[in-house]
Design a protein around this ligand. Structure first.
Ligand SMILES: Cc1cc2nc3c(=O)[nH]c(=O)nc-3n(C[C@H](O)[C@H](O)[C@H](O)COP(=O)(O)O)c2cc1C
Length: 318
């Protein structure tokens, strides 16, 4: 499951875990500065729950010592790995030198990895894009090799350079090229829209795993479908869409402080509404609400009016 700011809440992670024991879950992107300073603001964001296993904390920042301190603090909670964000293209992150800006500053990226490597007694991974303002394959391979040489245990590659944001389609040939040149696991990411696509990408690129973002918010069960397909089988499941909707919204309400309810509720609903026919109408009304209980009431009302939409049959394989 891809780390996504304001989306990979404990509530969504719990929903994904209900369908898949194996999916690797990520925290939201955590500011290394706030974690290192022990800010109470981040207590809920950085809490690990019983369903968070296997689990990875993702940190973002540009200062090696601060990144190392954050990595050490988070590792104390137990996790498979600390993931360093070298892919975020949000202007406010990049202007501080963090996220994808590190792709344009290999010496600093190296320093950060070195500092985190010696601070964190767990796995260390990097999530990156294929470049800063263009995909230059030799430079990408040098960068990825540098990460490997510094002791990074796995790399996730989103096949778009940072200036593209989400434009064009992800370039999986870059994933394949990096996989062919490295000995550590390489995880491919970008535009996986269904379990069939995930398995096709896995096979075509030869990568060791795939990471799914937006499609997994709309379909938290996608990893169960992937598991079945990878095993050569097929699966048909009836999903109670209303129940998943309510489960995640209640989780946001119960796991997180009230000040996070509006943003997290809206972000989740933006994607999950796509499971219903009148998605725009439902989302438009949800977006007017700030309280989770009001959002749940709208969801309940929608399914009371459209009971035939409550259960959706999903399938993968023959
Ligand atoms: C709303 C949103 C927030 C995201 N936040 C993060 C983040 O905090 N850290 C990160 O590494 N990537 C972040 N991403 C990128 C995703 O992890 C992933 O690389 C990207 O969505 C491509 O995968 P997909 O096509 O399967 O969605 C975010 C993406 C979206 C849509």
């Amino acid at each position: 499951m891809a780390p996504m700011a304001e989306i990979t809440t404990p509530a969504l992670r719990r929903a994904i875990r209900r369908y898949s024991h194996g999916a690797v879950l990520y925290s939201e992107m955590l500011s290394a500065g706030a974690i290192a300073a022990g800010s109470s603001m981040n207590r809920e964001m950085s809490a690990r729950h019983d369903f968070d296993d296997p689990f990875v904390f993702q940190i973002v920042g540009a200062k090696p010592a601060v990144m190392a301190a954050a990595a050490a603090r988070l590792a104390e909670q137990g996790c498979r790995a600390i993931d360093i964000n070298m892919g975020c293209s949000a202007p406010d992150i990049m202007k501080t030198g963090g996220g994808a800006a590190l792709l344009a500053d290999p010496p600093r990226a190296r320093e950060i990895v070195r500092a985190c490597r010696s601070a964190a007694p767990c796995g260390l991974t990097v999530k990156m894009r294929s470049g800063y303002e263009r995909t230059d394959l030799p430079a990408l391979l040098d960068f990825a090799r540098m990460l490997q040489d510094e002791g990074v245990n796995a790399i996730t590659l989103h096949g778009r350079h940072a200036k593209l944001g989400f434009r064009r389609t992800a370039d999986w040939s870059a994933v394949r090229a990096v996989k062919e040149r490295l000995s550590i696991p390489v995880i491919g990411n970008g535009d996986i829209d269904a379990a069939e696509t995930a398995v096709r990408r896995l096979r075509e690129s030869g990568c060791d795993g795939v990471m799914i973002g937006r499609a997994a918010v709309q379909a938290p069960w996608i990893f169960a479908l992937c598991d079945a397909l990878v095993g050569g089988g097929h699966v048909v499941r009836d999903i109670d869409i209303e129940a998943v909707f309510v489960d995640v919204l209640e989780g946001i309400r119960d796991f997180l402080e009230e000040k996070y309810h509006r943003s997290r509720g809206h972000r989740f609903c933006f994607y999950f509404c796509q499971n219903v026919h009148f998605s725009h109408e439902l989302f438009r009304t949800i977006r007017r609400e700030s309280a989770i209980d009001a959002m749940i009431a709208l969801v309940r009302g929608y399914f009371a009016r459209n009971p035939h939409e409550r259960v959706k049959t999903v399938r993968a394989g023959a």
